[in-house]
Ligand binder design. Structure first.
Ligand code: GDP
Ligand code: CA
Length: 317
């Protein structure tokens, strides 16, 4: 059985980068990440790309392991100055992190492609994995609450995703074009994986870019998804709250419904084994295993398990 070499991972921030670390640690894998840009927003005149930065900080060993985002050993002098000046500082940005946002914004103002800028950032920060943007256009998740439409970060950070969600849209998606790099990463992959990321806020804004789902439906490589919800709970984040708000089941079966027709195999936790029959009814092959990644060993174990599931022999045919 030959293991897949080229793995393309669709991923958001924290759950996505945990899975990416697992694959990146396996010698046999050449990993490409297609990251999420729909959380992006402007703060203090600077363009911030939280999920892409979390991915690059994680894979380059700079991440603050305690919180799962931001840079370790951060300072807060810049944000404190902004607060003194009366700026809104509910979105914490550390001093080191500010440097990255300044660099990105300056290059964007020069007219450089966001994908190229991201390659250069990843390269210079020592990220060993190719991180590809799904589009160079601006796509932004908006969340409707009782107070009206909010930017994703206002909903997620300022309101701590505690306000009920009524609707979600991805502003700019209709006119967004996929990058050639993302289409190539999909077409040339031996295996495509949907990370255990927020399906609504992280994976869907990638899938909904015109051309991405078409490209995925044309590949012969296996497509495997992993549930971000274990025992009806998220480890962190707003996936369950957002799914409930959209009238979906906030459990592994709800995530399976989201990916049915695209993914072929779906990894769920042993705690959710009872959902297997429902998942199979959707045309997805359920694989019940331990999908928690508490440490690097857990990340590697899950990555290996995904590779095993992708082997034709594992289909029992
Ligand atoms: P965000 O952009 O930072 O919100 O991160 P993602 O969208 O990539 O991932 C968020 C999801 O990751 C949450 O729903 C978590 O439940 C999930 N998650 C975090 N750690 C783990 C883990 O160890 N295993 C699994 N299966 N899911 C995880
Ligand atoms: Ca995110």
């Amino acid at each position: 059985m030959s293991e897949p070499g080229k793995v393309t991972l669709l991923a958001g921030g924290i759950g996505g980068s945990r899975m990416a670390e697992g694959f990146a640690a396996l010698d046999s894998v050449e990993l490409t990440v297609i990251g999420n840009i729909a959380d992006d927003d402007e703060f203090h005149g600077l363009w911030v790309s939280p999920d892409i930065d979390t991915m690059i900080y994680t894979l380059s060993g700079r991440i603050d392991r305690n919180q799962g985002w931001g840079v370790a050993d951060e300072g807060c002098r810049a944000i404190n100055t902004l607060a003194e000046l009366g700026a809104a500082t509910w979105m914490f940005l550390g001093d080191r992190d500010f440097g990255l946002h300044i660099y990105r914004t300056e290059r964007l103002r020069k007219g450089d492609r966001p994908t190229e800028i991201t390659f250069d950032i990843a390269d210079r920060l020592g990220c060993p994995v190719r991180v590809v943007l799904p589009t160079d256009d601006t796509v932004q998740t908006r969340v409707k609450t009782a107070d009206g439409w909010l930017s994703f970060q206002r909903y997620f950070v300022e309101n701590q995703h505690s306000v009920p969600v009524e609707e979600v849209l991805y502003e700019g998606i209709e006119n967004a074009k996929p990058t050639p790099e993302a289409l190539t990463a999909i077409a040339e992959a031996d295996l495509i994986v949907f990370a255990p990321s927020n399906p609504v806020a992280s994976i869907s804004p990638i899938l909904a870019i015109p051309g991405i789902t078409d490209a995925l439906s044309q590949v012969s490589a296996p497509i495997i998804a992993i549930s971000p919800i274990i025992g009806g709970k998220v480890m962190k984040g707003a996936a369950d709250a957002m799914m409930r708000g959209l009238g979906l089941r906030a459990d592994a079966l709800g995530v399976a419904e989201y990916y049915a027709g695209l993914a072929r195999t779906f990894l769920i936790d042993t705690a959710d084994a009872w959902l297997s029959a429902g998942i199979a009814d959707l045309g997805l092959r359920p694989v019940v295993t331990d999908i928690l990644m508490p440490d690097i060993e857990g990340k590697k174990r899950l990555a290996r398990q995904v590779l095993e599931c992708s082997a034709p022999a594992s289909w029992g045919i």
